[in-house]
Design a protein around this ligand. Sequence first.
Ligand SMILES: [Fe+2]
Length: 310
Amino acid sequence: MKNKKDFFDLTTTKAPFIENAQKEGLIFIHQPYELYSENNQKAWKKLYALLYPKWERFANAKFIEGIRSLCLKPDRIPTLEEVNVFLEPLTGFKAKAVSGYVPTFLFFDSLKKREFPTTITIRDNRTLHYLPEPDIFHDIAGHVPMHTDKSFAEVLVKFGSLAEIAAKRHIHVTNEKEKIAKIRSNIQALARFFWFTVEFGLMHEEGDLSVYGSGLLSSADEIEHAITAPEVQRHHFQLEWAINQSFKYDHFQPLLFIVESFQHLYEEVQRLEEWLLSGRLDNVSPGEPHINENDLQIFLQEGNRRSCTP
Ligand SMILES: [Fe+2]
């Protein structure tokens, strides 16, 4: 049985507050700031100290600008309210606290509304270097600084709008098996695009390579590996490759894609939309990520619901 002291803890996978919220089926929650333990605060402080010098060496210039304009504190976890005070006037984006896993449709559709589902727990102080789940450091220090840039924000909004298109475009397919297969393929293509750009993207910047992907920006080891390790395959972004490429979460990425600018990335999202509408995403290569039944059902339901809206 958990004692009262354990309740004051927001460590990822170990937080009673989050367990309770999930039991109640809550996705959007508040950030109970008073529950962060001393160890939670130490984890933020250590991560920030580990990452800051790496950001200075490897991060995209827009990310560095974003870190400055958000006024993130090196020594304590920020409240989402204080982050939003700086973020919202810049691009309209705001961080919104969630209890953990957010269904894919909801996650992408939130981006269209300029809302970023944000994990509020933080990784264990003793395992700072690897965490398979997102945490507040990944979401706030890894993702949100990029959301301060207008061009990048437009990429996210445009990308987010594709979830509804994917949900609605198979509404007239009568063969249920065929419909499910096409929706699964569309979700896989969108998830892979997101992975190889927003999470693990690289950019050519002033003759060098820089990191704009949040999975890299929140990993003290992988950020450097992504830029310097000779074994990493780095290729100019190719849409047909990215949407057909499986990936795994549990090791350093062997393959990364490079864009030229956020305008270039936006144009790739436009092409992704064209391909979605023309059926080119209906039969992508099978493999990771696995799309769970719940995600499929939500896309189906949203397709039905939104198609009936006058
Ligand atoms: Fe992420």
